[in-house]
Design a binder for this molecule. Structure first.
Ligand code: BGC
Length: 746
């Protein structure tokens, strides 16, 4: 079987009304216990390399599936393995309802794509969608039919390790990417054997964890909630996402898992979401730890009443819900509603037609790790790279006759490049930068480690904390650098230093890497710094001294090839930062779309204005920023009118010219600013962007249309309105652009 990303098997899809009828019929013959069983999800429970579930210590889970008390599993994988567990549900239970099988397919299954934050830096929605298609096709070939992605949490705090899993700080970009990912995972027909159900998570506000600390409380105002946090979730609903996941945090003192306003009023009410909501891992039970629920029974009551439909690994629904219904505490209609939602997704996935449709070992062999998928993730990886600095055009590197010193433990690392959420990947299978650069044989390449980042692999928390202090490799690295024409240093975070439970307070280069950088710089200043990391880092010294800096994140299976192609100029980088890089951790939260203040500049020439005494207020690199091997000039910002009435589309154009010698792509960005408003508005808000290819010296007129809904905002009660008055429209290559026109809404 050829592996073709777009190939869909042709299957007849039941019309929706048919699904609805089937679900209702099934519901009628289900006992209360069986219904509650559908609301229960367990983690995989046997050695994933063994096909047959063993009873052993996990006997309870095994027995529960047999008794029809389990509706979903997570982290079971492999066509044969999933078939084995599915068989219990289908053949040994009274009703034979198939399980839905979830898995964290966050940036690829086996073929690993760049971490989501890196993909966001591409601003290339088609490529992002394709990357999700690749992940879905592989997952759907190994028995999985539901991914716990995309994470659509907006975050302004790079201390929070999970920023690697999102699309950055901006709600507009976040909405576009949420749609692309949902469409990529789900396709236009969920029952195809290369599409899977998506899950928008974590609902809501998890990205605003106080002080960037994982699993912490959240304290946001409702204007921020409605304007910054909720829009990507709404966009996911509009794109047809089938499931939602609760967040681990509270919002205004109520855990998100038991948050009736979020789940019933907003999600299922105002937005009309028809899919189901799964808790996060044990988040129902955790309501007891919070002191919000008295015990598991109370927690189950709160979660079910609030609108959580499925319990992931709390054992609370399965243990408590039946009694709660029989005692008249929870209305059975709520149970029916939850089960209806879950069964509908199962029907749509085609599981009732063939519960084993995702368990085809032949397809598994053909699809997983196939060449087409590796080509796609390589393409995505190149598009995700951001050129941060390139003084004196040190990049691209010359291909012939140079001595190139490659330095840094991460340069030869085949595991770190795979990033953090890559549970199914085979360890150490990523292409390292060293391997990628070796392909360019015209130069003499000499590799010296210099220093590792951490002691061992920081997969587990103990190792994670220990950055190495070993400098024994410095001498050799410095000696090699001294005689080199150019030094490429690959520095940053290990792939396991970002991700869930990887919050950090020091965002400089971990361990002795900063010292290594300065030691090498003291003998050779001709350095290209290749950053690899899962979050914005604070690197002010490097930004000042090092002539070239390339942000390569963690780029997945093909990382090294992508990096080498960019360094050698076979690919002209076009990525733009989806998140602000601070100069100092003390500036966090720092983000481009902050509100106006009363004292933004030092008018009186004294100290009483909004600033710090020790570090300036500007970021190191702003949102939307990224260079190219060519340069772009913007002029002739044009609007069709000065005044518009409410509802009239606003047409804007700009001439953009590639003023350099090579072809390249530019992300042309449009921002607005509402000059006077009843609520303080951000200084700029992204409202449009286009990724455009230019030949050398080519000029293109780039056109945007703003609609009325692009101009409004939500108030503290969540009401959306557009206010008349003056607006500015900015266009440029990053969020600091000063090129603007004004118009009035009358
Ligand atoms: C994470 C979720 C994830 C779940 C299942 C939780 O710890 O917060 O994002 O989907 O585990 O693995």
């Amino acid at each position: 079987m050829a592996c073709n990303i777009k190939s869909h098997t042709i299957l007849k899809k039941a019309p929706y009304s048919d699904v609805k009828r089937k679900v209702d019929d099934l519901l009628k013959i289900m006992t209360l216990k069986e219904k509650i069983g559908q609301m229960n999800q367990y983690n995989g429970f046997w050695d994933v390399t063994g096909p047959v579930p063993s009873k052993g210590s996990e006997e309870r889970k095994y027995e529960d599936i047999k008794a029809g008390l389990v509706g979903a599993m997570l982290s079971v994988r492999g066509a044969k393995e999933v078939r084995a567990v599915q068989r219990i549900a289908v053949e040994d239970t009274r009703l034979g309802i198939p399980l839905i099988i979830g898995f964290d397919v966050i940036h690829g299954y086996k073929t690993i794509s760049p971490i989501p934050l890196a993909e966001a830096a591409s601003w290339d929605l088609e490529a992002i969608k394709r990357s999700a298609q690749v992940a879905a096709a592989e997952a759907a070939a190994v028995g999985i039919n539901w991914t716990f992605g995309p994470m659509v949490d907006i975050s302004r705090d790079p201390r929070w390790g999970r920023v690697m899993e999102g699309a950055g700080e901006d709600p507009y970009l976040g909405c576009e990417i949420a749609r692309a990912r949902v469409e990529g995972f789900q396709g236009d027909d969920l029952s195809q054997t290369d599409t899977i159900a998506a899950c928008a998570k974590h609902f809501a506000a998890y990205g605003f964890s106080e002080s960037g600390k994982e699993y912490n409380t959240v304290d946001v105002g409702t204007v921020t909630l409605h304007n910054m946090i909720l829009p990507p979730f709404k966009a996911a609903v509009e794109a047809g996402v089938k499931t939602f996941m609760n967040a681990f945090n509270d919002l205004n003192g109520v855990p998100a898992t038991g948050h009736e306003f979020l789940l019933r009023d907003v999600l299922k009410g105002q937005w009309g979401f028809e899919g189901f909501v799964v808790s996060d891992w044990a988040s129902i039970k955790e309501m007891v730890v919070w002191g919000h629920a008295e015990n598991d029974r109370d927690a189950a009551r709160l979660a079910a009443t609030a609108g959580t439909d499925m319990d992931m690994e709390s054992y609370a629904f399965v243990a408590e819900l039946e009694r709660l219904v029989l005692d008249g505490v929870v209305d059975e209609a709520l149970i029916d509603d939850a089960v209806r939602r879950i069964l509908t997704v199962k029907y749509e996935l085609g599981l009732f037609d063939d519960p084993y449709r995702y368990c085809d070992e032949i397809r598994e062999k053909a699809v997983v790790n196939c060449k087409a998928h590796h080509d796609a993730v390589l393409d995505m990886a190149k598009k995700s790279i951001v050129l941060l600095k390139n003084e004196d055009s040190i990049l691209p590197l010359k291909k012939e006759g140079r001595k190139v010193a490659l330095i840094g433990g991460l340069a030869a690392d085949k595991n770190s490049v795979l990033g953090s959420w890559r549970i199914a990947s085979d360890d150490h299978t990523g292409v390292s930068v060293l391997e990628g650069m070796k392909r360019y044989t015209g130069n003499t390449l000499v590799y010296e480690k210099g220093a590792d980042v951490t002691l061992g692999e920081p997969r587990f928390i103990e190792e994670l904390k220990i950055n190495t202090t070993d400098k024994s490799g410095f001498k050799a690295a410095v000696a090699t650098a001294k005689t080199a024409d150019v030094v490429v240093m690959v520095l940053g975070e290990h792939g396991f230093q970002s991700g869930e439970a990887r919050s950090r307070v020091d965002l400089g280069l971990p361990g002795v890497q900063q010292e290594l950088l300065e030691a090498v710089y003291s003998v050779n200043t001709n350095i290209v710094l290749v950053l690899t990391n899962g979050r914005p880092l604070t690197i002010p010294w490097a930004a000042k001294h090092i002539p070239a800096i390339v942000e390569t994140w963690q780029l997945g299976s093909q990382a090294g090839h992508a990096v080498a192609e960019v360094l050698y100029g076979d690919y002209n980088p076009s990525g733009k930062l989806p998140m602000t890089f601070p100069k100092d951790v003390g500036q966090i939260p720092i983000y481009y779309n902050h509100k106006r203040t009363g004292r933004p500049v030092n008018v009186a020439k004294n100290v009483f204005w909004s600033h710090y005494s020790d570090v300036d207020t500007l970021p190191l690199y702003p949102f939307g920023y990224g260079l190219s091997y060519t340069s772009f000039h913007y002029e002739n910002l044009w609007m069709n009118k000065d005044e518009y009435t409410l509802g009239e589309p606003i047409h804007i154009s700009i001439d953009v010219t590639n003023t350099g010698k090579v072809k390249g792509k530019e992300v042309v960005q449009l921002y607005i600013h509402d000059v006077f408003s009843s609520l303080i508005r951000p200084v700029k808000e992204l409202k449009g962007f286009q990724l455009i290819a230019f030949e050398s010296q080519e000029t293109k007129t780039v056109r945007f249309t703003l609609e009325q809904d692009d101009l409004g905002f939500y108030d503290a009660e969540g009401n959306y309105s557009v206010e008349l008055g003056d607006f500015k429209v900015y266009i440029g290559g990053d969020s600091t652009t000063n090129l603007y026109a004004t118009f009035t809404l009358v």
